[in-house]
Design a protein around this ligand. Structure first.
Ligand SMILES: Cc1cc2nc3c(=O)[nH]c(=O)nc-3n(C[C@H](O)[C@H](O)[C@H](O)COP(=O)(O)OP(=O)(O)OC[C@H]3O[C@@H](n4cnc5c(N)ncnc54)[C@H](O)[C@@H]3O)c2cc1C
Length: 420
């Protein structure tokens, strides 16, 4: 029987079922003292990943003590705690008629921002990390840091870049300062499509302006969202032109929203996949460029992957990058795959106490990854898998030419390996 005190209430079921050794809520000096140094510490913000709690390990749950949100009206900056979830950030910003490029779900916490943060709005506003103005926190060695983009000295520059995309390896972040943007109406064109229609929409999307982006999910059926932000007359005209091109897709519906915060992507009601509380799951996120002439072979590959998926819960979905995410200085962060257009992710779930099922499902995950690698050879390290065999390869495919700099930073910031 599990002791209720040893359970962490988080959205990720693997983590919420973990028998943690202890839960801490505040960053205190003792955390970095010798008794803990030899142990690995899990950090929890939104608690949406399988790495925020593990059997027998200590979790630092930032949600209680680091949930502050403060808006600086005069410079449109918002300062949030390291334990703030995106739902609360969006709700707060909505009351100021502002917005931020959050992702497809409001559940994730600061981990979303620190690991890159790919939003349907990223093609216009950049990744979440591209909008970080300041960072406060503690390095794995216990040193307090307070960095501001506009007043970095030369010795802080590499750390600043590393924290943007690789923070979980280096530090516990307790405050992030973010740029915010004026809120605008959103138009969504959504619905079920077949394989042929998906290939046509992907082809169209690879020519989208930065106000539009495509997201799709391929489970039993395929569902798409074309996201359009309407800032001005020009956006309106562009979207209308695309709507004409989409008229032949008769199952697509147009929905209008006052602002980004009101959209719910992939809701349960659509019954796209099964979200089962008795399942454990893992997710791997890939990155790759335009599909161009390979769209047909990609669709063929997807059909095979879906045909072989082991149960109703597993699926593959994708987001679109490009525009600003490609334009941003490649050296500005540890998100190095700036040439990427697509971020597909593979979601794999199994019956939680069934080791055989777990084996089958993880085999499907790895085989699907192998097939998709041809199109999407890189990784977005949005989930830390240091409990899986794939971890080392994922880290290599995420940080590539900056891996040696990451190792240098790790040696300086977290020499005892307290963090990921
Ligand atoms: C439903 C859903 C939808 C998603 N949609 C998107 C999307 O649209 N775009 C996208 O880019 N990603 C998306 N993700 C991925 C998600 O952003 C990442 O998995 C992210 O790491 C989750 O962060 P978290 O704080 O919720 O998770 P947690 O499990 O709490 O943390 C994840 C990792 O980040 C580290 N971490 C968290 N907070 C801190 C901190 N303050 N300081 C240091 N380290 C920290 C922890 O070490 C942990 O290993 C989605 C995930 C889910 C579950």
């Amino acid at each position: 029987m599990k002791n209720i005190k040893d359970l962490l209430e988080v959205p990720n079921i693997n983590s919420s079922d973990a028998q943690v050794k202890k839960i801490l809520y505040k960053v205190e000096n003792s955390l970095f003292k010798s008794s803990l140094k030899s142990e690995y510490l899990c950090v929890c913000s939104g608690g949406t990943t399988s790495s925020c709690a593990r059997n027998g390990l200590i979790t630092l749950d930032l949600r209680k003590e680091y949930n502050q949100i403060h808006f600086e009206k005069e410079n449109n900056l918002i300062k949030i705690g390291g334990g703030v979830i995106m739902k609360d950030l969006m709700k707060f910003l909505e009351s100021h008629n502002k917005t931020f490029p959050t992702g497809l779900s409001k559940l994730p916490g600061a981990g979303y921002i620190l690991t890159g943060g790919i939003s349907p709005m990223s093609r216009r506003y950049g990744l979440a990390i591209d909008n970080i103005e300041s960072i406060k926190g503690y390095l794995g060695n216990g040193t307090f840091i307070s960095l501001e983009q506009n007043s970095l000295n030369s010795s802080q520059k590499l750390l600043w870049e590393g924290l943007k995309g690789a923070a979980p390896f280096l530090a516990i972040i307790t405050e992030i300062g973010l740029k915010t943007f004026q809120s605008h109406p959103i138009q969504i064109i959504e619905g079920f499509v077949d394989d042929d229609e998906l290939s046509k929409v992907i082809n169209l999307a690879e020519g989208f302006p930065e106000s539009l982006s495509l997201q799709w999910i391929y489970a039993k059926d395929i569902y798409i969202y074309i996201f359009a932000e309407i800032n001005n007359d020009s956006d309106n005209k562009i979207t209308k032109n695309y709507l004409k091109k989409l008229e032949k897709f008769t199952s697509l519906k147009i929905k209008n929203y006052e602002n980004y915060n009101q959209i719910n992507f992939f809701p349960k009601e659509l019954d796209l996949f099964e979200l089962n509380k008795n399942n454990h799951s893992e997710v791997i996120s890939l990155l790759g460029g335009d599909l161009k002439d390979n769209i047909q072979s990609f669709i063929k590959c997807m059909k095979e992957i879906i045909k072989e998926k082991p149960n109703k819960s597993c699926y593959v979905a994708s987001q679109q990058l490009g525009g600003k995410t490609k334009d941003f200085d490649h050296k500005s962060s540890f998100f190095i795959h700036r040439a990427s257009t697509w971020k597909p992710w593979i979601y794999a779930a199994w019956k939680k106490d069934d080791l055989k099922d777990k084996e089958v499902v993880l085999k499907w995950l790895n085989e699907s990854w192998k097939k998709l690698k041809i199109f999407f050879p890189k990784i977005h390290l949005a989930q830390i898998h240091n409990h899986l065999n794939s971890h080392e390869e994922e880290v290599y495919l995420s940080y590539g030419e900056r891996l040696s700099e990451l190792k240098t930073l790790k040696n300086i910031c977290d020499p005892e390996g307290l963090l990921s």
